[in-house]
Every structure is written in structure tokens, then in C-alpha cells.
Design a protein around this ligand. Structure first.
Ligand code: HPA
Length: 275
């Protein structure tokens, strides 16, 4: 079925499920970052399995629910669980939920993820506000005929991460006493699902990245195509610079995400209040 038709059917389903709810802000929750969902005053919770054409998460740490509710005084639509290219979804499937949220009415997008720290100054459980990215995924969601209803053929990526939202986030980090653990930097997106070799981590640092992960960039590309301003935050779950490198244990990644969760939650809530 054509992508545009899938988007419309998913949107119509959600609108019928929650006829009086219009989201202002979309939020994508990454690995181990579910606590933010508990802060939302949930009005509707819809399983992805029930939404036409929504992919189903194959990653255990991702819940697979769309929450509609209130956070920081705004109407939010929270994607609890996201899709990755390594799950063998097409890039159109990976970004389908973002496009549906836009059709539901969101004006801004907040994205979170877990990432490996390449910048040697970073510590485990630091937050990194993404201020630019490098796409090393093998493809991207805009390949193919352009959907003119969604956005232009050649979207600009000069300020993929909205400067106003970055300023709000830095101000919120200051106010919350989180300035020391809130960094800023470049996120590189790799296909995964294996983690990187030491030589690959050195390479990713040399090309200019501060953190590495397996998500986010496809969704941000789709959001920019849709004209949505984006704020994206990485939780640094493991350290990948030469002096710090050791075998990655998945449990350690979850533990680091859990440690950072209260700070991420407070920061996102504070930024949404300013949005
Ligand atoms: N590499 C890629 N993705 C990741 C990492 C990493 O070190 N840590 C968390 N997600």
C-alpha cells in the first residue's frame, strides 16, 4: 500500500480513538528511558499493535505504545518504543510514527536515545544535547519519489537541531543544577546492531562525533522534511574513547540509562514548559 495512504489510515484511527485530543509536542523515548512516560498524565494509551501500519517493536527494551496526555502544561504524544533499521524495517516504516504525529498536529519534536560517548571528557550517565549529526546509516527515509504533501524534495539541514530549543534546554539544565552533566555535541548514527570495534570508535571520533548510536537520525531527517523543529538528547551509557574502552555489557547500558533517567525526565519536562 502507498505510504501516504498508510499515514492517513493510521492518523484516522488515532483521531477516532481520541477525538478530542490534539497533541502539541511529539516525544520519542529511547532505550531504557521509559520513566518520562510515568510523568505524563495519560489520557489515552494505544498499543502499536492496534494502529494500522504501525510497525511492532522487536527490541525488548521498547514498550510499543502511543501515549496521549499532558506533560509540562502541554498536550503530548509519546512514542514509547521506536523502530530501527537493523530490525529490517524500511526507513519509511522507521519514520512512519513521526509522520503520523505530524498529521495529528504536533508542532515540535523531542527525541531521546542511548548513545556511546566518544568525547573523552564525557562521563557515564551524562546527557548530551545533540547540536548536529552525521548519518552513517546505509540509507535514509527521503530516498525515493518525494511526498510533496509532506515536505520539499531537498530539505535544508543547516539547523537540524533547533537553536531556540537548544537554548531552552541549556537554560533548563542551569536552572535544575544539571549544567555539569549536560553536554552538547555531534551524534553519529550507525546501522548496528553490533557495537563498534575499537578502530571504528577511533574513526567515528576522528570524523567529528561526540556520541554514537543506532537511531534518531532517520527520525530527525523525516522531522526536518516535515518542517518540525527538533530537540534531541542522548544519554551517554558507555564510554568509547581509547582510554576508557572495555567490552560493553547490555546490563551496564540499561543501568546507566536508569541512572540518568530522573535528570532526563526533569530536563525534558522543564523544556516542554518553555516550548
Ligand atoms: N555504540 C552504538 N550504539 C550505542 C552505543 C555504542 O557504544 N551505546 C549505546 N548505544
Amino acid at each position: 500500500m502507498l505510504h501516504m495512504q498508510q499515514l492517513r489510515e493510521a492518523t484516522v484511527y488515532i483521531e477516532a480513538y481520541a477525538p478530542n485530543f490534539r497533541p502539541d509536542i511529539g516525544i520519542i523515548l529511547g532505550t531504557g528511558l521509559g520513566a518520562l512516560a510515568r510523568e505524563v498524565e495519560v489520557e489515552h494509551s494505544i498499543s502499536y499493535a492496534n494502529i494500522p501500519h504501525f510497525p511492532l517493536s522487536t527490541v525488548e527494551s521498547h514498550a510499543g505504545r502511543l501515549l496521549l496526555g499532558r506533560l509540562g502544561g502541554k498536550n503530548v504524544a509519546v512514542l514509547q518504543g521506536r523502530f530501527h533499521y537493523y530490525e529490517r524495517y524500511t526507513m519509511e516504516q522507521v519514520v512512519l510514527p513521526v509522520r503520523v504525529l505530524k498529521m495529528l498536529g504536533i508542532k515540535q519534536l523531542v527525541v531521546s536515545n542511548a548513545a556511546g560517548g566518544l568525547n573523552p571528557d564525557f562521563n557515564i550517565a551524562d546527557l548530551m544535547l545533540i547540536d548536529d549529526h552525521i548519518n552513517l546509516q546505509p540509507t535514509n527515509p527521503l530516498i525515493g519519489p518525494n511526498h510533496d504533501e509532506l515536505g520539499p524534495r531537498f530539505p535544508d539541514m543547516f539547523a537540524a537541531y533547533d537553536h531556540g530549543l537548544l537554548a531552552h534546554a541549556e537554560a533548563a539544565a542551569q536552572e535544575l543544577g544539571q549544567a555539569d552533566t549536560t553536554r552538547r555535541g555531534v551524534y553519529v548514527s550507525v546501522p548496528g546492531p553490533m557495537l563498534e570495534t575499537p578502530a571504528e570508535y577511533r574513526y567515528l571520533r576522528i570524523i567529528g562525533a561526540d556520541a554514537v548510536g543506532m537511531s534518531t537520525v532517520p527520525e530527525v531527517i523525516a522531522a526536518r522534511h516535515l518542517g518540525l523543529p527538533v530537540l534531541a538528547v542522548s544519554v551517554i551509557t558507555d564510554l568509547c574513547s581509547p582510554g576508557h574502552l572495555k567490552p560493553v555489557v547490555l546490563a551496564d547500558i540499561f543501568a546507566a540509562a536508569a541512572k540518568a533517567e530522573p535528570r532526563l525526565t526533569a530536563l525534558v519536562k522543564a523544556v516542554i514548559e518553555k516550548m
